[in-house]
Design a protein around this ligand. Structure first.
Ligand code: SF4
Length: 327
């Protein structure tokens, strides 16, 4: 019997896999990467290796793109404390897992959720609602809390013995930590720690994109970098904080973007995206001057378009104005 087990990287999802493996189930772990995950795509191979080594199962990584942005734009079940649309997110992940069942030769989906553990998205009725919306009624097994819930088809059909399952519920972590010891799991991330949608400072940037109808797959990678300034309703400036960020920002530039940098001085690379009028250009150059390392009161800033470059000599933008544009 084979199952697909959702793997977030947190302890509960690891325990769910361990319990299933111990119960004799063939497990394929599925890791969904949202555009707001903390770990980057280059860690993917290492993650697959780590899961194989620590949990003894293969891992499939699935990237969610515009379909995920759509649930942030229009969450059917609303947001959590910040811009985290957890219920819609879970429905999306379970729906994608359901679509994989047949092709992977799997019969059900496993999740490390614990009833009552988190507000809203892990209430008993919400768990049922998520199953229903994902078209997985009775096809999700939550081994950590299964015996605290009505028996599912897996137990009823004898695919998984009741004795292999647990009845953890509520917000405490003691039972999971004890179980981690039993399974010799020592390294794991904190619950919810990998999702930037739970970080209010990061959500300010998303709110700005939402407000200006700019929440797109092309704009999201820039959210992870630099300082952000909204200079007019149609123009944003992203300013690198160090050499690594400058390089990354440059790599994300599209032909229609504008790049601003101090001429012959150490300082930031700034990427401007949107409609650039003369006033906006002047302010953008002054922001770059503000972060340029110099004793001079005037800075020469180069403004590069796809086919031309110009130079603006300007003073640094003063702090109150700078703050008014910052997002
Ligand atoms: S915290 Fe983020 S990844 Fe986790 S369920 Fe909520 S929206 Fe999805």
């Amino acid at each position: 019997m084979k199952a697909l087990s959702l793997f977030s990287g947190g302890l509960d999802s690891m325990l769910a896999i361990k319990i299933m493996v111990a119960a004799g189930i063939d497990v394929l772990a599925i890791h969904f990467v949202t555009p707001f995950a903390r770990f980057s795509a280059c860690d993917e191979a290492a993650l697959i290796e780590k899961v194989k080594e620590r949990l003894g199962v293969p891992l499939k990584v699935i990237h969610l793109g515009d379909e995920f942005l759509e649930i942030i734009r229009n969450p059917k079940f609303g947001y959590g404390k910040n811009l985290n649309p957890c219920i819609d997110c879970k429905i999306l992940m379970f729906s994608r897992a359901k679509a994989l069942l047949e092709g992977e030769g799997a019969s059900f989906v496993v999740s490390g959720e614990v009833v009552g553990q988190r507000p809203k998205s892990q209430f008993r009725e919400t768990l049922r609602q998520i199953e229903k919306q994902a078209g997985l009624e009775d096809l999700i097994l939550r081994p950590l809390c299964a015996t605290a819930l009505p028996p599912t088809i897996h137990e009823m059909k004898g695919w998984v013995k009741k004795e292999s399952l647990y009845g953890i519920n509520g917000r405490g972590r003691k039972a999971q930590l004890a179980l981690a010891k039993t399974f010799c799991l020592t390294e794991y991330s904190q619950p919810g720690g990998g999702c930037l949608l739970t970080v209010s400072s990061f959500c300010t940037r998303i709110e700005d994109l939402l407000k200006h109808q700019e929440l797109t797959c092309e704009n999201v990678p820039l959210l992870h970098l630099g300082r952000h300034f909204r200079l007019n309703p149609d123009f944003k400036l992203v300013v690198g904080k160090d050499a690594t960020q400058n390089e990354k920002i440059l790599a994300l530039a599209k032909p229609e973007d504008v790049i601003l940098e101090p001429k012959d001085l150490p300082g930031p690379t700034a990427l401007g995206r949107g409609r650039l009028d003369e006033e906006t250009k002047k302010i953008a150059a002054q922001i770059v001057a503000r972060y340029t390392v110099t004793d001079s009161s005037l800075v020469a800033v180069t403004v590069k378009y796809a086919h031309q470059t110009e130079e603006i000599i300007c003073p640094a933008l003063e702090e109150p104005a700078l703050k008014s544009f910052m997002r």
